[in-house]
Design a protein around this ligand. Structure first.
Ligand SMILES: [Zn+2]
Ligand SMILES: [Zn+2]
Length: 222
C-alpha cells in the first residue's frame, strides 16, 4: 500500500519499500522467497515494469532484509547499494550473526542455502545521497546499519534502528539482535536534529503521524 505519496510499503516478516518515480528504488528485500510478492506488486499494483527498479538499497545485512536480494537483482538488473561495513556480510566473506541464531540448525541450513551472497555494486558511506535520500550511518544494530533521510519530504527509512511499540510509541532496536546497544543509541541520537514527519521502520507498521514528537519522547529515555 502507498504509505506516503510515491512510497509503497510491502509488509511480510520485514518491510520492503518502493520509492516510485521515473524509476523505482527498492529499500530492503525481505526474506528469501519474497521476490515474487515484490515483483507482483510492481506489475499489478503499480503497473510498472520490474526493470524500472534501478536501485536496491539494503538498510543492513540481516537475513530478513537481504534474503531476496540475489533473486531481485537477477530479475530486475538493479544495482545493489549497502553500507561498506555490512558489505562483507552481504557478499558472504563474513558469516551473518543475528536473528538466525534463534532458529534450529535445520532451518538455518535451509534458509542459508536459499540466500546466495552477492557483491553490492555501490558501497555507501555517511553523507552519500542516493535518489535525494541522504545516507546516515547508524551503527550498532549492525556495523553498517544506515538510515535514509530526505530533507525535502522529511521521510526517513530507519531499517531496524527504530521500531513502533504496540502502544504506538517509538523504541530502539531489539536488544537481543543488537550486538552494540550503546553504539546503536548514540547513532539514534544523531537523528534528533532532523526535521522528520514520517519514519519508515524495518518491521511492523511505519510511523506516519507525530513521528517527530514520538522520536523526541524516545530520545529522552536514552
Ligand atoms: Zn536487523
Ligand atoms: Zn529486521
Amino acid at each position: 500500500m502507498e504509505v506516503y505519496p510515491g512510497i509503497h510499503h510491502i509488509q511480510r516478516v520485514s518491510n520492503s519499500y518502493l520509492v516510485v518515480d521515473e524509476d523505482i528504488m527498492l529499500i530492503d528485500t525481505g526474506m528469501p522467497g519474497n521476490s515474487s510478492k515484490i515483483i507482483d506488486y510492481v506489475q499489478n499494483t503499480l503497473k510498472r515494469d520490474p526493470n524500472d527498479i534501478k536501485t536496491i538499497v539494503l538498510t543492513h545485512h540481516h537475513f530478513d532484509h537481504v534474503g531476496s536480494v540475489e533473486k531481485l537483482k537477477n530479475i530486475t538488473g538493479a544495482s545493489v547499494a549497502a553500507h561498506k561495513l555490512d558489505a562483507n556480510y552481504i557478499n558472504g566473506t563474513k558469516s551473518r550473526p543475528g536473528p538466525l541464531l534463534l532458529r534450529t540448525a535445520t532451518n538455518i541450513m535451509k534458509m542459508v542455502s536459499r540466500t546466495k551472497p552477492i557483491q553490492p555494486d555501490i558501497l555507501l558511506k555517511d553523507g552519500n545521497i542516493i535518489k535525494r535520500y541522504h545516507v546516515i550511518h547508524t551503527p550498532g544494530h549492525t556495523p553498517g546499519s544506515i538510515c535514509l533521510y530526505n530533507p525535502e519530504n522529511r521521510v526517513i527509512f530507519v531499517g531496524d534502528n527504530l521500531r513502533q511499540s504496540k502502544g504506538g510509541m517509538i523504541k530502539g532496536p531489539v536488544p537481543k539482535y543488537t550486538p552494540d546497544m550503546d553504539l546503536a543509541k548514540n547513532s539514534i541520537k544523531k537523528l534528533g536534529d532532523l526535521d522528520i514527519d514520517v519514519i519508515l521502520t524495518g518491521h511492523n507498521s511505519p510511523i506516519t503521524s507525530d513521528a517527530s514528537s514520538k522520536l523526541k519522547e524516545y530520545l529522552k529515555t536514552i
